[in-house]
Design a protein. Sequence first.
Length: 73
Amino acid sequence: MVKKNSYVEIHKVIFEAHERTAKIPDETKKVPYEMFIKGFLLLDASIGDLVTVKTITGRVVEGTLLMENPSYE
């Protein structure tokens, strides 16, 4: 269980591969457009749960919880 206010990383698919524009390279069209965001968990959750986080800049974003205390890479 990951506790509320923990620093976490989430994942969200913005566009599935079939939803992407035709004006991009073929290799790019084959994969989904994804985002990975780090922020502070708003409620207790488990890895894999759909969660909401608040980023350092104050944005509130929903996605799938990937990890607690992500490192900087």
